[in-house]
Design a protein around this ligand. Structure first.
Ligand SMILES: *Cc1c(COP(=O)(O)O)cnc(C)c1O
Length: 407
């Protein structure tokens, strides 16, 4: 074979991404201390210093999840890897699983469970609505599942699903309960032990304000026992918790190379959460949400979810008639550097998703996005009093004390 000469290419210019204001459904804005952690020198994945950092991360995760579960750690991969880790470790082929679907992420859980060989029953609610414990109870009694899966914070609609009562119902029927807290963790209260949750997963790039790349998970002692007593091997080699826990546990047995820099970032992001305090963090998310909501309402935008079930960190509002989704979003990005999310499923082209997550939940971002949106909407002929959005937000900020800065 004759040697071939590679085609000449020009070396690309050094990487230089634009600075954005990330107010979509994630990734969210990252605190400078977390970004700095990503640039710190690498340690080996079995270096005593790195091992100590893993122990520290587990302790911090238990604190943030509000649990004493020993089996608590960060799986390598994004939030979906956390979803898959929970499902494939608890499900063996033929097991029954009940999944509550009221948006994209419940739908994804069905797909993951089917691929894991579960006999899946899905109950559905229209996008934007939440489940009533009674209807979940009826389905649990009809199906007799081994595992019930439900999304705590449905990022596709901004619906905030109460899960405590559903967890109790699942236990009374002898089922395990798994919840998706990808968008809820560190934004609204998550109480793994108090609510009796058996398995939980999250992601780093929503309210933890870390880049995407790790998925915190936690399993109750009952769930850990189910995993230990499996008859079949976990379908995924990569996400097999029995093997992963030998690395995170005292054996320090090599499984796969930990993404070192991402673990630094998560450690630093969790340290910031603890520094601020969970309650203060939740209060900050709520206050900025109230200001944004007042402003959006003054602009004539209404929420797709009912009052009382609106997530502070994910504001999903209807696009007014006659306004084109992409025209507005393109302008927000090109002129203000602001990213907001479009609608999904039935809300495609019909709703916007404005995220105020973690470090992004700040008065400066609320006022910026309101001013930018108002400018776009007015120019497109949507009737708004000039300054109405900011005035309404300012009313909220002007009452009831100072909000934290989200540092
Ligand atoms: C973002 C998200 C996921 C998926 O996480 P990825 O990091 O995109 O893999 C799952 N569930 C919910 C509720 C989410 O918001």
């Amino acid at each position: 074979m004759a040697a071939t000469t590679p085609l000449p290419i020009d070396a690309p210019a050094p990487l230089s991404p634009s600075t954005r204001v990330l107010l979509g459904p994630g990734p969210s804005e990252v605190h400078p201390r977390v970004l700095a952690a990503l640039g710190m020198p690498l340690l080996g994945h079995l270096d005593p210093e790195f091992v100590a950092l893993m122990d520290e991360t587990q302790m911090l995760l238990r604190h943030v999840f509000r649990t004493e579960n020993r089996l608590t750690m960060a799986v390598s991969g994004t939030g979906s890897a956390g979803m898959e880790a929970v499902v494939v470790n608890l499900i063996e082929p033929g097991d029954k699983m009940l999944v509550c679907v009221n948006g994209v992420f419940g739908g994804r859980m069905v797909d993951v469970a089917e691929r894991a060989g579960a006999q899946v029953t899905a109950i559905e609610r229209p996008y934007g609505e939440v489940f009533d414990p009674e209807e979940v109870k009826a389905a649990i009694h009809r199906v007799g599942p081994k595992l019930v899966g439900i999304v705590h914070a449905e990022t596709s609609t901004g619906a905030w699903q109460p899960v405590e009562e559903i967890a109790q119902i699942a236990h009374e029927a002898g089922a395990l309960i798994a919840i998706d807290t990808v968008t809820s963790l560190a934004g609204v209260p998550v109480e793994i032990d108090a609510w009796g949750i058996d398995a939980v997963y999250s992601g780093t790039q929503k309210c933890l304000s870390c880049p995407p790349g790790l998925a915190p998970v936690s399993f109750s002692p009952q769930a850990a026992e189910v995993i230990a007593n499996r008859k079949t091997k976990v379908q995924s080699w990569y996400l097999d918790m029995q093997m992963i826990q030998r690395y995170w546990g005292s054996d320090r047995f090599y499984h796969h190379t930990a993404p070192i820099s991402m673990n630094y970032a998560l450690r630093e992001a969790l340290a910031l959460v603890v520094e601020e305090g969970l309650e203060a963090r939740h209060a900050r998310h709520l206050k900025n949400h109230r200001a944004l909501k007042a402003g959006l309402t003054a602009l004539g935008l209404s929420y797709v979810t009912a009052e009382g079930h609106q997530l502070p960190q994910l504001n999903c509002v209807r696009i007014p008639d006659g306004i084109d989704d992409m025209t507005v979003r393109r302008r927000l990005l090109s002129e203000w550097g602001i990213e907001i999310g479009g609608g999904l499923g039935p809300f495609k082209g019909a709703a916007w998703r404005i995220g105020l997550m973690g470090h992004g939940s700040r008065p400066a971002n609320v006022t910026l996005v309101l001013a930018a949106l108002e400018t776009c909407l007015r120019e497109l002929g949507h009737p708004v009093e000039p300054g109405a959005g900011l005035a309404a937000a300012s009313e909220v900020y002007g009452s009831g004390g100072v909000v934290g800065t989200g540092r």
